[in-house]
Structures are given as structure tokens and as C-alpha cells.
Design a protein around this ligand. Structure first.
Ligand code: B12
Length: 283
């Protein structure tokens, strides 16, 4: 680290080689001390150095251990890791974002490189689904606290979350749904491989002002190739929602959304960042 005495969050993220949102979350949950200034958050060089030395190596080890236990489908060990994380002050949302999602991404990359089999991937998904289900009540508690803190009264806004037709990844909509609930929204989770008309029907049924649809795509959508099945299925889902005449705001995101643009798809926003989505809905 250089002689700089303080860092913006973007600079801190670059120094730590972490995603900006991870650093932001650690500031919000108090693990990385920071001061609010007129231009954003500022982290002192001392605090950054303490954080870089103290927390991360141990955390990386715990994440790798979690990944291996996922592959081994070792439910008991997985839950012990989760309990340890909670005991050190991490929320269920942190555990989803920082332990489960990166572990699955790493498992996907290892499968892609031929290091793991599809069976490993299936076992890991099944084990992850058990952990996600067990975290449900904890997410509910965060959701209640978030809503109470924001002073939300009356009926909550609904976000309808699903994967499009042909996309069999069911954990993605489930985790996205949990993270949105933790952000204070009510969600209706449609799961994997949702037919366009069914997706649209549900969005239309809760067509109160402010309803949001989140289309979570894992199978890569080639934006240049409108004849590909994935491209067609996503576009079809959005078109079906629009055809109902609802004024829902439609978001698209996920591992398959890289390079996708809102204008081509006919949605309002493309982002895979839940915090950014929450910011956009609230603005
Ligand atoms: C488990 C898994 C499977 C399982 C799914 C089981 C199940 N029931 O869910 C199985 C084995 C069946 C499978 C099949 C396939 N898979 Co797969 N799979 C995965 C894996 C390892 C985990 C998926 C997951 O649940 N992740 C957890 C979720 C929560 O993470 P996420 O989707 O990234 O979501 C985060 C953000 O993106 C964001 N987000 C997601 N959606 C949205 C939406 C909005 C609006 C917003 C704001 C944010 C947001 O929020 C989340 C939290 O940060 C991923 C690896 C990975 N990177 O995730 C590969 C992965 C998605 N699969 C991949 C592939 C290629 C396939 C297959 C095509 C393989 C094949 N040749 O058969 C098939 C597809 C079949 C089909 N048509 O659906 C690729 C996709 C590559 C791409 N996108 O270009 C990946 C990335 C693996 C890789 N590295 O190559 N898969």
C-alpha cells in the first residue's frame, strides 16, 4: 500500500482486490470502519491495512472449505460454517452473497475446466439448496428489520422473480428472491424454466403501482443472435409482461446477462447487482 492516508471505496476495493459492493457491504455492517464525506465514504490507510491483514485470509479459507463441503454434500459441516459466520456477526444475506454465490461460481468454473463433473455440480446445488432453505427464517428477520427501519407502511411492493423458459437454474431466482426480501421487498418466486405467459400472468396479478419483475438468466444470451433459443426466451418473457399492459418495471440480470442491453430486450434495466437494483427501484 502506498503513502496515501485515505481511500475512497473504489480505491479500497482495488487495493483489496474485492468487488466494490463487497467493500461497501463491509462498511455498512461495520466490519470495515469508514467515514462518510460529502463525496462518499472514506477509509483510512490504517483501517484498510488492519482489515486486509486480519479478516481476509481466514475468510478465504472458510469459503474454500465451504466449497469443498458443498461438493461433498456434507450438510452438517456446511451448517457449522454458516453458524460460525453468524456468530461472527455476518447476516444471512452476507452468507448468501459472500459464501454461497462465490462458491457456486467457483464450482461452475471448475466444471467448465473439466476439474469437476456434472454430478459434483448437481450434488453441490442440492447441498446449497438445503442451506438456502435453512437461511429462509433468518432472511425473513432481516426483511422485517429493513422494512421497520425504512418506515415502510401499508402493503409492500412486490418483486416477481423467475428464470425464463428453457433455463433450468433454479437456485439463482431463489437466492435473488432472498436478497431482495432482505432489501425490504415482498417477492413471489417462480423458480426455473418459467413459461413466458405464466410469468406475465403473475406480474399482472400483482399489478399494483411499483410492481417489479426480475428475470434471472443463467444460460448465456447472445445479444447478436436473436434466433438463439435463450435470446428468444428472454425477449418473449419481457414481451409477454409488456403485452398485459402492466406498468411493471422489468429488470434482467444474472450469470447469462453479460453483454445484454435493455433496449434490445425491451426491459427497463439490465444489472446483475442486487444492491444496484434496490437503489434503482427505490429512486
Ligand atoms: C448449479 C449450476 C447448474 C445446475 C443447475 C441446477 C439447479 N437446479 O439450479 C445444472 C447442472 C443443471 C446446470 C446446467 C447447465 N449449466 Co449451469 N451452473 C450452475 C452453477 C454452478 C451455479 C448456478 C447458481 O445457482 N448460482 C447461484 C446464483 C445465485 O448466482 P448468479 O446466477 O450468478 O446470481 C447472482 C448475480 O448474478 C445476481 N443475479 C442473478 N440473476 C439476477 C437478476 C437480476 C434482475 C439481478 C439484479 C441480479 C441477478 O444475483 C446473484 C447474487 O449475487 C453456475 C455457476 C455460476 N456462476 O453461478 C453454472 C452456470 C450458470 N451454468 C452454465 C452452463 C453452461 C450450464 C449448461 C448450459 C451446461 C450444459 N452444457 O448442459 C446447463 C444449462 C441447462 C439449461 N438450459 O438451463 C454456465 C453458464 C455460462 C454462461 N452464462 O455463459 C455457468 C456460469 C457455469 C460456467 N462457469 O460455465 N448448471
Amino acid at each position: 500500500m502506498g503513502p496515501t492516508s485515505s481511500f475512497s471505496l473504489h480505491e479500497a476495493a482495488a487495493e483489496l482486490d474485492l468487488h466494490y459492493m463487497t467493500v461497501y457491504r463491509h462498511v455498512r455492517n461495520g466490519r470495515l470502519p469508514a467515514t462518510r464525506t460529502s463525496s462518499g465514504w472514506e477509509v483510512s490507510a490504517t483501517d484498510l491495512a488492519t482489515y486486509a491483514c486480519g479478516d481476509r485470509p481466514d475468510r478465504d479459507d472458510r469459503r474454500r472449505h465451504f466449497e469443498e463441503r458443498l461438493i461433498a454434500h456434507d450438510d452438517a459441516a456446511l451448517w457449522r460454517v454458516v453458524q460460525g459466520e453468524m456468530a461472527s456477526g455476518n447476516s444471512a444475506a452476507d452468507i448468501l452473497q459472500e459464501l454461497i454465490v462465490p462458491s457456486l461460481a467457483s464450482i461452475g468454473a471448475r466444471w467448465q475446466h473439466g476439474e469437476l463433473t456434472v454430478l459434483d455440480e448437481h450434488q453441490a446445488t442440492a447441498a446449497a439448496a438445503v442451506v438456502v432453505a435453512r437461511l429462509g427464517p433468518h432472511i425473513r428477520r432481516i426483511a422485517d428489520a429493513t422494512r421497520a427501519k425504512s418506515g415502510a407502511d401499508g402493503d409492500p411492493e412486490f418483486v416477481v422473480v423467475g428464470a425464463p423458459s428453457g433455463d433450468t437454474h433454479q437456485l439463482a431466482p431463489s437466492i435473488v428472491s432472498d436478497l431482495l426480501r432482505a432489501g425490504g421487498f415482498e417477492t413471489i418466486e417462480l423458480g426455473a424454466d418459467t413459461p413466458a405467459e405464466s410469468f406475465a400472468e403473475v406480474v399482472n396479478e400483482c399489478a399494483a403501482d411499483g410492481t417489479v419483475a426480475a428475470v434471472a438468466i443463467s444460460v448465456h444470451v447472445d445479444i447478436e443472435d436473436s434466433s438463439s433459443e435463450a435470446h428468444h426466451n428472454v425477449k418473449d418473457t419481457i414481451a409477454a409482461i409488456r403485452a398485459t399492459g402492466t406498468n411493471a418495471t422489468v429488470f434482467v440480470g444474472g450469470a447469462g446477462a453479460h453483454g445484454v442491453d435493455a433496449a434490445t430486450m425491451g426491459c427497463d434495466y439490465v444489472t446483475s447487482d442486487i444492491d444496484r437494483m434496490l437503489e434503482l427501484i427505490s429512486s
